[in-house]
Design a binder for this molecule. Sequence first.
Ligand SMILES: Cc1cc2nc3c(=O)[nH]c(=O)nc-3n(C[C@H](O)[C@H](O)[C@H](O)COP(=O)(O)OP(=O)(O)OC[C@H]3O[C@@H](n4cnc5c(N)ncnc54)[C@H](O)[C@@H]3O)c2cc1C
Length: 367
Amino acid sequence: MKGNDIERKITIIGAGPAGLKAAITIADLGGEVLLVDENPYVGGQLVKQTHKFFGSKELYCGLRGFEIAKIFEEEIKKRSNIELFLNACAVGLYLENNKKIVALVKNEKLMKITTDVLIIATGAYENFLLFENNDLPGVYGAGAVQTLVNQYGVRPGKSCLMVGSGNIGLIVAYQLLQADIEVKAVIEILPKVTGWYVHYAKLKRCGVPILTSHTILKAIGKDEVEGAVICKVNRNLKPIKGTEKRLKVDFICLAVGLTPFTDLLWQINAKLLYIPELGGFVPYYDENYETSIPGIFVCGDVSGIEEASTAMIEGEIAGISAYEKIYGKRKETEALKEKKKKELFALRKGPHSKKILIGLKKLKNGY
Ligand SMILES: Cc1cc2nc3c(=O)[nH]c(=O)nc-3n(C[C@H](O)[C@H](O)[C@H](O)COP(=O)(O)OP(=O)(O)OC[C@H]3O[C@@H](n4cnc5c(N)ncnc54)[C@H](O)[C@@H]3O)c2cc1C
């Protein structure tokens, strides 16, 4: 392993919007940083997003996710103090004195990175759902379908049942229509649609049935999905007998939430708290995004499921904090951090952030 051992001051795991912004911020302050990602490209989730983003100009509103990823790619290339490892998956994390040791599989070879400061920006993974036959080929996560259709131009089928009416369910359902795939219905177990009205309205205009207070009972098929049975649920979200309905579809798409990708944090015994509003177990972190392990920072979806816009600002704050840890605090860094905190605060003022704010309060109080 010796030939592959390297030492760095600051390392970031994950080149999604959070990790990318952290790297750019550190570089622009004059620091050196190593950024690693398991994919052969940068951008994380952005790469598969073909819809236009909302928000402010600074946060790339009006651009499509994959266009934002391209901008990031160019920005990274421009900065010689950002070292980028792609096809590089962090598979282990260990602590040795004050150092952090990352076991990395890069181009199928194991290597060891010893780093003083580490930013974990690993994002999230998709939730699954329990129902009969949920292991039949043709039952997908919505993110996986988005990757197939938008990134690789592969249609997973001709007609789909979308389970879940959050933003991801609504956006992916619309993108399936754009790919000439029939969306038989979007079903939602709660009595109302949980995603933004703008995404809901687009589907409604296209005549897609959006059935609230409905769930999936089973997937039908022998070797692959040939249909689904859905039904109405009562106030306690329990199936109502006699309301079952068969839908003929050849794939089922689950958009039932995301869970923060905290595996590396568990390995080092970092403090994690169960906060449903933030997506499940999330690392405890302070106002500088430093976890319970000194010198290890988090940002983006791994610290709580939210959005690319907030992930980017969190990345900037974590980046400034990581920089300060190595190169020391300056008036300029402190002022920039305060500015970013205010921007984040402003971004979370809308009604959609209510749940996040409850979760963050619990996190602050150590729940
Ligand atoms: C369908 C959909 C639509 C969305 N629409 C919007 C929108 O309109 N506006 C908005 O603001 N947000 C939107 N979001 C949310 C947004 O995409 C995410 O909140 C954002 O990408 C989170 O950024 P991140 O950097 O934390 O994580 P990610 O983008 O998930 O990036 C994490 C990166 O880390 C890598 N990684 C993970 N583990 C390892 C490891 N062990 N080693 C190496 N690399 C690793 C991953 O491969 C990935 O590249 C949408 C999300 C989806 C799924």
